[in-house]
Design a protein around this ligand. Structure first.
Ligand code: URA
Length: 253
């Protein structure tokens, strides 16, 4: 057996053990079942969330994780990091530019920083971020393999939806990040990211079920991890969406 296959099998078994414990029973197709941090089974195997938390701590000490020393991304970050284009700049603690690998093939797009992200200056570092890490792990990916950014770079007070004017001011930043990073696939996490980038008023259901491209780049729409934390019944549907990403990664789409 080749090493890659052995690694994949190990990975799958670790993921299964993490989510289901020691009993191996596969009811039909393997579904996407991710537990909240609080209810996750306490199994003495290295947990992806723990690994990711370490990576996050490292990234907090190393702002290079924002731009990876990529010349264009770095200079764009320097150019916009003190943005005062809208009122959110008054209440923010951090301008949350994004983080990850500027050479990534896959870019995930969220909505806006929440409280934890505002505190720390990095996207998806709170509970939704931990779930995102598990979603990545289930795909065989780590934070360092992708780039993540949000539509808004500053936290809307009380985590309300972005206002049209805030999106108007901030979206060009995201467009520029996409133009610099040039991912091979874009994944929109939730309705807002999908509607903004696709210039659509369609529901998440319709957006998830249709094929899209963004400036010629395949564009996958799935649930926001925060929505999956609220309604775990959607996790199987999210896994269905992420299987499209797997196919893109394998060059099958
Ligand atoms: N939700 C988002 O959409 N983005 C973040 O960075 C965190 C939570």
């Amino acid at each position: 057996m080749n090493e890659k296959l052995i690694d994949d099998i190990k990975h799958l078994l670790q993921w299964y053990r993490l989510n289901y414990g020691e009993t191996l029973s596969i009811p039909g197709e393997l579904s996407f079942d991710l537990e909240d941090e609080e209810t996750a089974p306490a199994i003495p195997v290295p947990q992806p969330a723990a690994v990711a938390r370490e990576a996050d701590r490292e990234s907090l000490a190393d702002p290079l994780k924002i731009h990876g020393d990529h010349p264009r991304l770095k200079s764009f970050y320097e150019e916009i990091r003190n943005c005062r284009n809208c009122d959110l700049s008054q209440s923010r603690k951090h301008f949350v530019f994004g983080m990850g690998n500027p050479q990534a093939d896959i870019m995930f797009i969220g909505e806006a920083p929440g409280r934890d992200e505002d505190e720390q200056g990095f996207p998806f570092v709170g509970r939704a971020g931990k779930l995102l890490d598990k979603m990545l792990f289930a795909l065989g990916l780590k934070r360092e393999d992708i780039y993540i950014a949000n539509v808004l770079k500053c936290r809307p007070p009380g985590n309300r939806d972005p206002l049209p004017d805030e999106v108007l001011q901030c979206e060009p930043y995201l467009q520029q990040q996409l133009a610099i990073i040039q991912p091979r696939v874009v994944v929109a996490l939730g309705r807002i990211a999908a509607q903004v980038l696709l210039k659509s008023g369609d529901s998440l259901k319709i957006l998830r079920e249709s094929e899209h491209s963004y400036n010629g780049i395949p564009f996958i729409v799935t649930y926001h991890p925060a929505a999956l934390l609220r309604n775990s019944g959607w996790k199987a549907l999210a896994w269905h969406d992420l299987k499209k990403l797997k196919k893109h990664m394998a060059g099958e789409l």
